[in-house]
Design a protein around this ligand. Structure first.
Ligand SMILES: O=C[C@H](O)[C@H](O)COP(=O)(O)O
Ligand SMILES: C=C(OP(=O)(O)O)C(=O)O
Ligand SMILES: [Mn+2]
Length: 509
């Protein structure tokens, strides 16, 4: 028999990636304070996202999860938030143009402040110190590594401030289709690639101009775009939806943000089994969508216990160490009623490991009859240290993982429902992008990593590299639509060109 779940039942289980606080009274005071603060998101928004995810699951949409590996309190500025949201919108617009299905945009933003780490200690400036675990836990400065419960309260307020500004941006002129952020192609070094990109961006600009013209002659409410509520010509897309998403790692915080609330009226119209819905249930109100990391997904541990009881849609990271039967058991635990739109599996094997792992995982999920959305995270299995000492990722490994994943889904008659990326539109004072990942159309080299390496944790694709990937995916989906079949990666010019920048020395871990 399944044991009773409560928001604190995780406390009786072993926990991975635990944070040990020296002052337990301080911790209790902070969590008690958070329990009395208002939710950041509402049940109605969470249910709406579940509805969108149900549609993605049946092939009527794609997910774009994207943002920072680790948000920092310091980077919570007007300029950074604007640039990050601008890039998510631009990426989704490019993807929408090629794929012609609604894009559900879920940002690693407004709460991504805690990190699991490979090791409890790290070496900074030659000294061994406790690892940085995210601004929610300890400080980036090597002298500030003692976990401080007060940081959870700060994380709540930074999340609130960020989300408030994101909501404001998305319901104002910023998100208007009249002003998509323009993409310059100056950085693209290969002439073949530049020609391909130009044809995509010209076609996209043309489509947007057409959309506006139709609006101007009365086909759609032009004003709706200006207000940021664009629907109509571009399809029934909740184009400006805003979904914060973070790893549900700090269970003290997640428990404090868990509230027993009425299930909104109307939910039953799209829920799988409306009769089974109670009047009230537990929502995690810190984000619409949370995920369990690859390091905290042990079946009998605390994180899985917490996640099995919340009504929010959830993601589960699936790395190469996941056994086929373990995946099936995990799904039985977190989604016993096999509800639609509930679970997204985010695979992150590493470029050379997709063929060996994904077919077995697809077969295991099929055999147990669980509905899931498959998303590819081509970032976390492709990290290595550069010869210059920077934690980095090569663009070619990232596209290799994406294209292998698309190929395996096609071969297994499954469907890739989206991508999960670490990227940032952050610019420095002079307007230059960060330099954290290698390659891409700008062919960023190892010696350039030191120029603007700003990440607090993992390396992120910069604005140009993210758009490289957006163009590539968009082109893939366009070709698939036009050929009405699956496209082979090797016939795709963009992939061939971008793949040329393969760093022969790249080692994945
Ligand atoms: O984002 C994911 C993990 O927190 C990160 O990759 C861990 O990095 P580490 O291997 O440097 O600890
Ligand atoms: C911790 C993360 O990933 P993973 O659990 O896949 O390593 C992450 O997405 O930041
Ligand atoms: Mn990361």
């Amino acid at each position: 028999m399944t044991e009773e779940w409560t928001p604190s039942s995780w406390r009786t289980k072993p926990i991975a990636q635990d944070v040990k606080y020296a002052n337990k009274d301080h911790l209790a005071r902070v969590t008690d304070q958070i329990k009395h603060l208002p939710p950041l998101v509402t049940p109605a928004e969470i249910e709406r996202l579940r509805h969108h995810l149900t549609r993605v699951e049946t092939g009527q949409g794609l997910i774009l999860h994207a943002g920072d590996c680790a948000e920092s309190f310091e980077a919570c500025t007007h300029r950074n938030i604007t640039n990050k949201i601008g890039l998510i919108l631009s990426f989704s617009l490019v993807l929408l143009w090629g794929a012609r299905v609604p894009i559900v945009r879920i940002g690693r933003i407004a709460g991504q402040y805690a990190k699991p780490r490979s090791s409890g200690t790290e070496i900074v400036n030659g000294k061994t110190v406790t690892s940085f675990r995210g601004d929610n836990v300890n400080g980036i400065s090597p002298d500030d590594r003692e976990p401080d419960p007060g940081r959870m309260l700060s994380a709540y307020f930074y999340s609130t401030t960020t989300l408030n500004y994101v909501r404001a941006l998305l319901t104002s002129d910023f998100a208007s289709l009249n002003h998509p952020r323009t993409w310059s192609l100056k950085h693209v070094r290969s002439p073949t690639l530049r020609a391909e990109f130009e044809s995509i961006s010209n076609a996209l600009s043309d489509a947007l101009a057409f959309t506006r013209t139709v609006g101007a002659i009365g086909g759609v409410d032009e004003d709706a775009y200006v207000k940021g509520g664009g629907r109509g010509v571009l399809g029934e897309v909740d184009f400006y939806s805003r979904c914060p998403f973070h790893e549900g790692l700090m269970l003290d915080y997640e428990e404090a943000m868990t509230r027993f609330l009425p299930i909104p009226a109307g939910t039953s119209s799209y829920t799988t089994n409306p009769q089974a819905l109670p009047p009230k249930t537990y929502y995690n109100t810190s984000a619409h969508f949370l995920w369990i990391g690859d390091r905290t997904r042990q079946l009998t541990n605390a994180h899985v216990e917490y996640f099995r009881g919340i009504r929010n849609p959830i993601g589960i990271k699936v790395g190469p160490s996941m056994k086929d039967e373990e995946l099936a058991r995990l799904l039985d635990i977190v989604n016993p009623d096999k509800e639609h739109g509930k679970v997204t599996l985010i695979t992150r094997y590493g470029a050379g490991k997709v063929e060996a792992n994904l077919p077995g995982h697809i077969a295991a999920v099929r055999a147990c009859g669980h509905p899931v959305i498959w998303v590819c995270d081509p970032m976390h299995g492709n990290t290595h240290t550069s010869s210059t000492g920077y934690k980095t990722r090569h663009f070619s490994s990232i596209i290799t993982e994406v294209t292998s994943t698309l190929a395996v889904h096609a071969q297994e008659k499954s469907r890739l429902g989206g991508v999960s990326l670490e990227f940032t539109g952050e610019l420095n004072e002079q307007g230059f992008s960060v330099t954290e990942c290698l390659g891409g159309s700008m062919q960023l080299g190892e010696e350039e990593l030191e120029l603007r390496y700003q990440s607090y944790c993992d390396p992120r694709l910069n604005f140009e590299q993210a758009l490289d990937l957006a163009f590539l995916l968009s082109d893939h989906y366009k070709q698939a639509r036009e050929n009405n079949s699956k496209v082979h990666a090797t016939t795709n010019t963009l992939i061939q060109e971008l793949g040329k920048t393969v760093n022969a020395n790249a080692v994945t871990k």
